[in-house]
Design a protein around this ligand. Sequence first.
Ligand SMILES: Nc1ncnc2c1ncn2[C@@H]1O[C@H](COP(=O)(O)OP(=O)(O)OP(=O)(O)O)[C@@H](O)[C@H]1O
Length: 244
Amino acid sequence: MLEVKDVTGGYTRKPVIKDLNFSIGQGELVGLIGLNGAGKSTTIKHIIGTLLPQKGEIRLNGVTLNEDIETYRSSFSYIPETPVLYDELTLKEHLELTAMAYGIDQHTLKERSGKLLEEFRMEKRLNWFPSHFSKGMKQKVMIMCAFLVKPSLYIIDEPFVGLDPLGIQSLLNQMTERKNEGASVLMSTHVLSTAEKHCDRIIFLHEGRVRAQGTMEDLRKAFNMPNATLDDLYIAMTKEQHNE
Ligand SMILES: Nc1ncnc2c1ncn2[C@@H]1O[C@H](COP(=O)(O)OP(=O)(O)OP(=O)(O)O)[C@@H](O)[C@H]1O
């Protein structure tokens, strides 16, 4: 589904991410974990195509962005860490615009947005403008727009920080529902307890490189820490690098 092969890239000639290799299969939820500045957002920017690899390639459903921009772009939805909304559009108009951009018909729009508005408790705010939304509400608008579309991959940059516990539960419900339908999720987060509980696999990114990846069991073996939590493993990874 998503294949990242030998990808090196960044903002200038000096690379920020180096020789990244990982893939995400159908129905998998994969967590991208690492310290501030490890390169998580930069990795995501390469996958969504706002940055191009200096080396290596990224394939989504078999194609690179260059080979088939339409297929590539329509294969994923992206939820950024900081919500980006149109000041002059209401919540309702944001949903309508998304539907239009992705060719979703009126009937489907009504059905899907009805469910999402209920799930995220935003039914009464359909005619509100972004300036009246709290930070978490803005995040919910982006999440609802992303889940209105049913792409094969969701890319989510730190979703848990601004959401209240009910919002987090709703997002996890949406992810699980789409996962069960075969969609994949790549999610970067610092909330390790949630990642440990919900991710099928974890990718540890450190100083722009994949330090380790796999299931919790794989990681426990790799670090030789049989009963470790994701927090324990993460701290071990940072200390190990520190000692080098
Ligand atoms: N627009 C930019 N121009 C130049 N360098 C950048 C830019 N954005 C990030 N960087 C650099 O790239 C490196 C990786 O940053 P990135 O934002 O990918 O980290 P991150 O793992 O997402 O961190 P965080 O957990 O803080 O969000 C850092 O050294 C950062 O300074």
